[in-house]
Design a protein around this ligand. Sequence first.
Ligand SMILES: Cc1cc2nc3c(=O)[nH]c(=O)nc-3n(C[C@H](O)[C@H](O)[C@H](O)COP(=O)(O)O)c2cc1C
Length: 219
Amino acid sequence: MSLLRIDASLLPATSASRALGDLVEAEWTQAHPDSVVTRRNLIESPIPADAWQNAVYAGFTPEDDRTEEQRAAVALAAQLADEIIAADALLFTVPLYNYGISQHFKLWFDLAYTDPRTNAGSTTLAGKPATLATVLGGNYDEGTPKEGWDHSTPYLTRLLQDAWGLDLRVVQRPFTLVGVNPALDQFADLAADLKSEAETKAVESGRELAELRGKTDAA
Ligand SMILES: Cc1cc2nc3c(=O)[nH]c(=O)nc-3n(C[C@H](O)[C@H](O)[C@H](O)COP(=O)(O)O)c2cc1C
């Protein structure tokens, strides 16, 4: 029994996405105390910036003609795919940066996606239970001035739920910059409610991941 956890916050010491992930993980560990939690911190140990292009080039290069860099990139992609496939459940903690997806997370996904086992058309990951815990400094909900500017959550959902076919739960906490940026002080009450809602959802999703695996094992 194992959980693979992928973290992508640039500021781990104060990270709201990691805090949500901790709630999910705690539920998992409580239900499966002997389970292994495999971690990839994409900030402490980033995927090399040229790994993806090397893995892609390798796909167009006969195996005997591949460079050392191409071989290393293909091997790393296989290692990422091994970790994803081996896990019984997946947990991703990913913030919104510059209105888009974390580049560290995108590189991790893109490289893993070069492996044939996790590439388009493969059903290896279909139905695997997963939680995406994501946080936004602002609030992009319907009716807000920047509605539609969160280009991360829909894209991550598309990749994880639709491209990989994961059985995905999305836990989102907006307005994490309230209390940090004084211009947002007026939203303190709303932000507190949103935080509490997200924490409740995180705990629920952790329980669901643990229960789903329990059922699979019993079957
Ligand atoms: C470099 C950088 C870019 C950011 N860009 C955005 C942004 O475009 N929109 C937004 O709402 N918040 C933005 N934020 C705020 C983060 O989403 C917010 O602080 C979040 O809580 C960070 O995740 P963490 O708490 O897990 O570290 C940005 C933060 C940083 C450090």
